[in-house]
Ligand binder design. Structure first.
Ligand SMILES: Nc1ncnc2c1ncn2[C@@H]1O[C@H](COP(=O)(O)OP(=O)(O)OP(=O)(O)O)[C@@H](O)[C@H]1O
Ligand SMILES: [Mg+2]
Length: 442
């Protein structure tokens, strides 16, 4: 590695604290670590904002109590003006109220003074890693993802409407796979073709949820996307007993690297086959990397899943900020809260939906109640979606999952009504040939 390359990988840091001694001490601590580079320090909030705008550091370590403009106000400004910089607030007070205010201002993490060395290092590295998508978005320039979006739309102009619906949560275990699987299943109606794609590249759960053995996976398609044709794709996708088509993710976590090495590839594959399906539902992992950014760009709709907790709401807001940065129109994203306790279950356990809406400044489209987990696990044991297992459509969470599928179906209706006079086999044949023609033309 040349020294220039090494320089590129340094985490650049700006220190903002009104006490010169504190700044010097932190600077000394950071000097021990070869991957950090302090690019400047400021003594007031206002100066901090100016330096952030000028230098666009990766990380800003910000004191709260300062004359002129305090750290929370400065963080608020920076989050809006320099979204690629991630702010870490530090304060002697570490009570919940302070942390909450820091989060509301847009801080990505919180450090208690006096600063513990290991905690400082770990926090910087974690925040740096988690902020990667935001940096990429800011660096790529907002025009690019928008162009990509328009391109995706024109490429998807096959015979079928090919809506790509990405289900994503910035929180692990929020129910992304449960919702993606049931949405895909709920969208299947007479004559409607649905693909469920597993883009949780390392720990994809769809094989477990639907009891499918990965013979072939997306890894088999990555090599020659150029030559991808319908027949090859059909050989790779699995068919669940319900008829649902499923594109599985890498069989082993280490194969994920092959997909990540070509971050656009997964989205490109889906775009290329999109004309062969009415809906392509994509299950994702929490990772906000280039693969997921490409999928978000390609999506007609992003279903953002959160849980009604402060960390849940905070991460959702972070993702919404990222989407604003990417200039996604608000209607591209639909927010769904999962695991919502009702009053009888103890409303103190979770934040009320209206408070989350106020905090996000965006409507919540749907709330799915917390149910007895056995309902979901029993369906998994049977390898069928919950909506197929639990037949009473009025029982939660089936009612809400069906509602989600209906909303998506109604707002993204396939162009022609499916009920046509042709028999199914004839239709399939016709679909395939026109798909091949389309690939031949491109
Ligand atoms: N509404 C709900 N009520 C109760 N349990 C739920 C609900 N939704 C999901 N679960 C349970 O939460 C667990 C996590 O769900 P799931 O695997 O769908 O989440 P995920 O976001 O895909 O997780 P991962 O981050 O591991 O991919 C599962 O055991 C599931 O049964
Ligand atoms: Mg999952």
């Amino acid at each position: 590695m040349t020294s220039q390359d090494a320089n590129k990988n340094l985490i650049t840091i700006l220190l903002v604290d009104d006490i010169p001694e504190t700044r010097e001490n932190i600077k000394k601590l950071l000097a021990f670590e070869p991957d950090f580079k302090v690019i400047g320090s400021a003594g007031t909030g206002r100066e901090g904002v100016d330096m952030a705008k000028e230098h666009r550091p990766d990380i800003i370590i910000m004191d709260i109590n300062m004359p002129d403009m305090d750290g929370l106000q400065a963080t608020n400004h920076i989050t809006k003006a320099v979204p690629m910089s991630a702010v870490i607030i530090m304060s002697v007070q570490d009570d919940v109220d302070y942390m909450r205010r820091a989060m509301l201002a847009g801080a990505r993490d919180f450090l208690k003074k006096p600063i513990d060395m290991d905690e400082l290092y770990n926090t910087i590295r974690t925040v740096y890693k988690n902020h990667e998508a935001m940096r990429l978005a800011a660096k790529s320039g907002a025009a690019t993802p928008l162009e990509a979006l328009q391109k995706a739309k024109s490429e998807g102009s096959g015979e079928r409407s090919g809506h790509i619906i990405v289900v994503y949560s910035p929180q692990g275990g929020a129910g992304t796979t449960t919702i993606a699987t049931n949405l895909a299943s709920g969208l299947m109606k007479e004559g409607i073709k649905v693909l469920l794609a597993d883009a949780d590249l390392q720990f994809g759960d769809i094989p477990t949820f639907l009891n499918l053995q990965a013979q072939f996976t997306v890894v088999d398609l990555i090599e020659d996307i150029e030559d991808l044709d319908a027949e090859h794709f059909d050989n790779i996708v699995q068919t669940h007993e319900s008829g649902l088509k499923v594109l599985l993710g890498p069989q082993r976590p280490e194969f994920a690297d092959e997909v990540k090495a070509k971050p656009q590839a997964y989205a490109d594959i889906l775009k290329k086959v999109s004309g062969n399906y009415d809906f392509l539902v994509v299950d994702t992992s929490v990772n906000l990397d280039e693969v997921s950014l490409a999928l978000f760009d390609a999506a007609t709709r992003i279903i953002l899943i959160g849980t009604p907790t402060l960390p849940g709401a905070k991460s959702i807001r972070f993702v919404l900020d990222l989407f604003d940065q990417l200039q996604y129109p608000p209607e591209k994203t639909m927010i769904v809260l999962n695991k919502v306790y009702d009053e009888a279950q103890g409303k103190n356990a979770t934040l009320p939906t209206d408070r989350i809406q106020n905090f996000l400044k965006r409507p919540i489209s749907l709330t799915i109640p917390m149910v007895d987990e056995r309902v979901i696990l029993r369906a998994i044991v049977k390898a069928v979606p919950v909506i197929a297992f639990e037949r009473n459509p009025n029982n939660p969470p089936v009612k809400q999952l069906l509602e989600l599928a209906n909303t998506i179906y109604k707002t993204l209706k396939p162009p022609d009504e499916p009920e046509q006079t042709k028999d199914k086999a004839g239709k399939d044949k016709e679909r395939r040939s026109s798909f091949l023609q389309r690939l031949g033309r491109s």
